[in-house]
Design a protein around this ligand. Structure first.
Ligand code: ADP
Length: 601
């Protein structure tokens, strides 16, 4: 058979096993969440990079398509003349294109004699007008002049990245070291204001979810990051720079592509070659850097990881707590079941002894002893004594079931504490006489009355006195009953103490003695009569009066039960109900009534 200790050991072992499993699960989960987070971060980064590449491709296509559309073919130039051919192309492009404001200025730079003559397009009239070189274009002028002299082509300087120069080559003229001689350059100045206000927000919206998206974007000149072309957040103080989550180089007007496009006409169409090869994300005049608004992708992934870890830890803790609670409740249920079994066994045992005595006495009385009046008297007293014990047990059980059903108290009235104590002592008279115990009663005169049920309180005090006699009399053959007034926050309270000088209550039992069915080890070992219901009933009765009960006990020195009940309100202090005030509805008196009816008393 499994003992309580073995059961407890098993429960704790299973909890320990569960804790170990939870720890293993926690470690695995920690690793998995870490791996998932890293994968998620890489996935987000790749998706972001892919979006930037698409954005760069769209922008480059936009510029290349525009450039290609603005370059007339050799036959058009032959037919219309150079300036008209360019102007016609511009007008056609402008009428058909959505982003016609993409270029701020369109110009032609043609070598004439020793100099480069500049003609800027008047967009309203559709004609090129001779104009001086703008100051901002001076570096370009030098660059084009050098190219004309045969210098190698070089990238535009960082201050002029918005300028595009598209040469048209001719087979005529003096040969130059790098390529064919140039007939003229088409110069296009990209309108940065238009890009900032329209094209960039549109492209960012298409590829990153809008300017108000999760990302901040900045465009800088690639060779000189201090030149900022665009910022998605106007109040963006810190440059994205090295903290970018992804970046791409773009704005790469590639002449080969443009010229190829120009050769096939304006823009892609059915049967034409693909519009643009994927851009080289390492090439381009500008650099687009993007960073997540919360700091970086790393930060949001880390936050998500911590959230996941917290949720997982919470779930594991919940599992552990649920298991611990389950074990605790199961143990409690086992304990209660055991206590109830003990109770049934205890009550049966309690009933058996007086019943055996009564049966034997009755048997003897029917026999030859019936003629001896002294013996009849002795047996009669014995039967009465044992019947009273039976009645007390039955009454205890009935009171307990009544209390379980919420019927702890009946009628309440103002009571004298001394009268209640005296009634309780009277009720325990038989036991007191048998034990030859000294009772020291100290109740000062003028103690305030209490408002209560006299029968219930008498029963409670009788229980405490009987316990002191049962468990404590062996020690000092002394019982102390003291009462006093204690001032408390809610008004005066009457304190009743019932003490003995017995062996005391072990510390580990003190917290259980008020539980129903509980019996101390010593009570069981020494076979002291009892049901384990007494103190539980006392506690319920005292608490139903708004009072408290506590125990003080030291091994081998004795025990003291301290009952505190609030004094009756001032208006009820003068009138008292006698301690045995009620004569009807009381089980004991009913029993006496029944006995009288049978002619036994
Ligand atoms: P019962 O007396 O029927 O066992 P109680 O509820 O009155 O049940 O008491 C519960 C337990 O408390 C007792 O079994 C006993 O171990 C302990 N106890 C109660 N009063 C005293 C006392 N005065 N001295 C020592 N032990 C006590």
């Amino acid at each position: 058979m499994i003992t309580g200790r073995q059961r407890a050991l098993r429960s704790w072992l299973s909890i320990g096993l569960l804790a170990v499993l939870c720890c293993i699960l926690a470690v695995l989960q920690y690793r998995w969440i870490g791996e998932t987070s890293r994968a998620e971060r890489d996935r987000l980064r790749e998706a972001l990079q892919a979006s930037l590449v698409r954005l760069s491709r769209d922008f480059n296509s936009e510029i290349s398509a525009a450039c290609a559309a603005l370059l007339p073919s050799a036959s058009e130039i032959d037919r219309l003349g150079r300036e008209r051919a360019y102007a016609t192309r511009y007008t056609e492009w402008k009428d058909s294109h959505r982003h016609e404001q993409i270029f701020r200025r369109v110009a032609l730079a043609a070598p004439e004699d020793r100099s480069l003559v500049l003609r800027i397009l008047d967009p309203d009239k559709g004609v090129f007008v001779h104009a001086p070189w703008p100051a901002r274009w001076s570096r370009m002028r030098e660059r084009l002049a050098a190219l004309r002299q045969g210098a190698p082509p070089e990238a535009p300087p960082s201050e002029e990245t918005e300028l595009i120069d598209l040469p048209r080559f001719t087979r005529m003229g003096p040969p130059v070291p790098f390529g064919l001689p140039v007939a003229e350059w088409l110069i296009l100045e990209v309108d940065l204001d238009y890009l900032r206000s329209t094209l960039f927000p549109e492209l960012l919206g298409r590829h990153l979810g809008g300017v108000k998206s999760d990302y901040q974007a900045a465009i800088t000149v690639r060779t000189n990051p201090s030149i900022i072309i665009y910022q998605s957040d106007s109040n963006q103080k810190q440059s994205i720079g090295s903290s970018a989550d992804a970046y791409v180089a773009f704005f790469d007007p590639r002449f080969d592509m443009i010229l190829r496009r120009a050769a096939f006409g304006r823009g892609p169409g059915p049967g034409r070659p693909p519009a643009a090869p994927p851009p080289d994300s390492g090439r381009g005049r500008w650099l687009l850097s993007v960073r997540h608004r919360s700091g970086s992708l790393e930060t949001i992934v880390e936050r998500a990881r911590q959230r996941n870890l917290a949720v997982s830890a919470g779930i594991l803790l919940l599992i552990l707590a649920a298991a611990a609670a389950l074990v605790r409740f199961t143990r409690q249920a086992h304990r209660l079941a055991q206590l109830q079994m003990d109770f049934v066994a205890g009550v049966s045992h309690e009933l058996r002894t007086p019943l055996t005595v009564i049966r034997t006495a009755a048997y003897n009385l029917r026999g030859k002893l019936a003629a001896n009046p002294t013996q009849v008297e002795r047996y009669g007293a014995l039967i009465q004594e044992e019947s009273e014990k039976l009645t007390a047990i039955v009454e205890q059980v009935l009171r307990f079931t009544g209390a379980q059903a919420g019927r702890v108290l009946q009628e309440r009235g103002p009571l004298s504490v001394e009268a209640v104590v005296d009634s309780a002592l009277l009720a325990s008279k038989g036991l007191l006489e048998g034990s030859r115990c000294v009772v020291e009663k100290r109740i000062p005169p003028g103690l305030p009355s209490i408002l209560g049920d006299s029968m219930a309180l008498e029963h409670a005090l009788q229980n405490l006195i009987n316990n002191a006699l049962k468990y404590g009399a062996k020690g000092g053959n002394w019982i102390g009953i003291f009462a006093t007034t204690v001032p408390e926050q809610n008004g005066p309270t009457v304190e009743i103490r019932i003490a003995d000088r017995g062996p005391g209550i072990p510390a580990d039992e003190q917290e259980h003695i008020f539980e129903p069915f509980f019996r101390g080890k010593r009570a069981i070992q020494d076979q002291i009569h009892g049901t384990g219901l007494g103190l539980n009933l006392v506690k319920r009765i005292v608490e139903a009066h708004g009072g408290t009960i506590a125990v003080r006990s030291e091994p081998m020195k004795g025990s003291e039960f301290v009952v505190r009940i609030p004094a009756a309100p001032a208006g009820n202090q003068s009138e008292f109900v006698p301690a045995h005030g009620r004569t009807d509805g009381d089980d004991d008196s009913l029993n006496r009534e029944a006995a009288r009816e049978k002619g036994l008393t």
